[in-house]
Design a protein around this ligand. Structure first.
Ligand code: ARG
Length: 567
């Protein structure tokens, strides 16, 4: 890929001796408005050293570097030198690149030799995989794909909630009211039912709580009966979850959840005691975080049992030792912010400076639009139900719009599920948002189906073109008009957008980018016939269509959407 910033810097450097090429390249920006060109170089910082007004520096530089065939024009505008690239040359550079790299266009080797852990989804055993989990799952999966695409050694971990006192409760509940066959038939709702019943009963009969603690203790001590039940709860829950992960095309490299750390905690507790960072309070062990403006971190309870926070400390240390990560990213909702601040502070107090490489990627909450899913009040909405509903509705739309479509069911799944995922990733992650099924499935708004449809339309144009046209060499001088150039410019930006999305942990940058690209392409398509009498022009425009198709496909892949070729 041609690095225009570097090339421009190499043109400027000989005339700006006080700056290095690298420094100049790093300063080059994208202008605010497209009519100001493709790149802008600000001259403020040299005014002092050169004893010249920045405007004057810009004017002189502009004059010296213009004339290179790479540029259509170079102009000074106040303190900036604005560069407008030669449109045909730009089209040639960009389109050749996309068509050569194919599915790898936008990828890079930036992350080579570095390891990034992305922890995401982290659902809880025996609890519903509900609408709230979609955020962690899909933001996390996008960050996983983006980092892989950027060349990082990327490890996806599902930190399953598969440990803790709630399992003692579940065992008691099962022994009192559970029935294996009933649970096997419909695991999560049935387990949830007896779990809720436990809480209702425990209110009148507090001894149940003691029994539950006792059973959790037995589990921690590897009692065979406790272990067998726990393992069964875990297996049947995972089977349910993997169905949803399958629908979403989400995979993990590791399911090391909370239970994975049960035998690793004693050593960490010992280390903490030796480092004297804990104190005993009421029989429990805590780390006082008052000097840091936080409530104390509870590490062990009076009865010696460990907590969620203890497992997070242990997990971070394990991950550092085992993977030697450069970054350890947690995609977890904003309500857990304090929890993350607390355990990270404890790890810092233990003397581990790598804790600065642990990042809590937080996100806002999702609520459901009233009536959007005909839910009874207070009932949890299972994610699987939402996905199924979206697929069903998409089938209805296809039956109406394109009843003869091949592979109808497969496409309906790709579009219906994709629509939900796309909406999920449309806003800045930190924003709370309201999920609306109707809005999600619209083919006209800034939605997944709209982008997928644009992709399918590009595929269809390419299918309809005479094969000879696609084989001709491309005359890029035919692509010098401004509508084409707007599309080319966006395609050129894709690799930068991917890097930015990775650095900011913000998949929505890609979602919004791909909507822009689809809109810009549709504007072009609306005003410019692709196939015409002029075969040379047709061939050139087909190259643009093909490069757009490829870029949309790659962008959709990064946010976990499929790009059907017909819909
Ligand atoms: N299972 C937890 C929940 O559903 C999320 C786990 C987040 N990850 C972590 N390392 N604490 O709330």
């Amino acid at each position: 890929m041609k690095d225009y910033r570097k090339i421009i810097a190499s043109h400027l450097a000989p005339h700006l001796e006080i700056a290095t090429e690298e420094e100049i390249a790093a300063l080059i920006e994208l202008p605010k408005y497209t009519d100001m060109g493709d790149f802008a170089f600000p001259c403020f910082r040299y005014a002092k050293a050169l004893k010249k007004a920045p405007n004057l520096i810009a004017a002189e530089l502009a004059e010296k570097v213009s004339g290179d065939p790479l540029y259509e024009k170079v102009e000074a505008a106040s303190a900036y030198v604005n560069f407008t690239m030669d449109k045909a040359q730009l089209a040639e550079d960009v389109l050749k690149d996309v068509l050569e790299l194919g599915d790898l266009y936008g990828s890079s080797t930036k992350g080579e030799g570095k390891t990034v852990i992305v922890e995401f989804s982290s659902t809880n055993i025996a609890k519903p995989f509900h609408m709230g989990h979609i955020r962690s799952t899909m933001i996390g999966n996008a960050l996983y794909r983006i980092h892989k695409f950027l060349g990082y050694n990327t490890i996806g971990i599902n930190h399953l909630g598969d440990y803790g006192t709630q399992f003692g409760k579940l065992i008691v509940a099962f022994k009192l009211w559970g029935d294996r066959a009933t649970i096997e038939a419909d695991p999560i709702p049935e387990l949830l039912k007896i779990y809720v019943k436990f809480h209702d009963e425990a209110e009148v009969n507090p001894s149940l709580e003691d029994e539950a603690r006792n059973w959790f203790k037995r589990l921690e001590d590897n009692d065979p009966e406790a272990y067998e039940l726990w393992e069964w709860f875990r297996d049947i829950s995972l089977k349910e979850f993997s169905r949803v992960y399958g629908m979403l095309d989400v995979h993990f490299d590791s399911y090391a959840g909370e239970s994975f750390y049960s035998d690793k905690m004693p050593a960490v507790l010992e280390e903490m005691r030796q480092k004297s960072i804990m104190k005993v309070s009421d029989g429990a062990e805590i780390v006082d975080l008052e000097p840091y403006g936080m409530p104390p971190a509870l590490i062990t309870k009076k009865d010696g049992s460990t907590l969620y926070l203890t497992r997070d400390i242990t997990a971070a240390i394990y991950r550092k030792n085992h993977y030697n990560f450069d970054k350890n990213v947690y995609v977890v909702g904003a309500p857990q912010k304090l929890h993350f601040q607390q355990w990270m502070k404890v790890v810092e107090l233990m003397g581990y400076d790598w804790v600065k490489d642990c990042v809590h990627v937080e996100f806002g909450t999702v609520s459901l639009e009233e009536g959007s899913l005909s839910t009874r009040k207070g009932r949890v909405v299972f994610l699987e139900e939402v996905l199924k509903k979206a697929v069903e509705k998409t089938k209805e739309i296809i039956a109406e719009k394109n009843p003869n479509l091949e592979h109808k069911d497969e496409v309906a799944a790709q579009v219906g599920i994709g629509a939900v995922v796309f909406q999920e990733l449309s806003n800045n992650r930190i924003k709370d948002y309201t999920f609306s099924l109707d809005k999600t499935l619209s083919f006209d708004g800034e939605t997944g189906p709209y982008v997928q449809y644009t992709h399918a339309r590009a595929c269809s144009v390419l299918r309809k073109a005479a094969p000879e046209l696609l084989k001709q060499p491309v005359d890029f001088s035919k692509l010098g008009d401004s509508a084409t150039s707007e599309v080319v410019k966006l395609i050129r930006q894709f690799p930068e957008i991917v890097i930015d999305a990775g650095e900011k942990y913000e998949p929505s940058l890609i979602t919004r980018y791909v909507v822009n690209l689809a809109q810009e392409f549709n504007r072009f398509y609306h005003d410019h016939p692709i196939l015409s009498e002029d075969e040379v022009l047709s061939t050139a425009r087909l190259a643009l269509v093909d490069a757009t198709r490829q870029t949309i496909k790659n962008a959709l892949f990064l946010i976990s959407l499929k790009a059907p070729v017909k819909m």
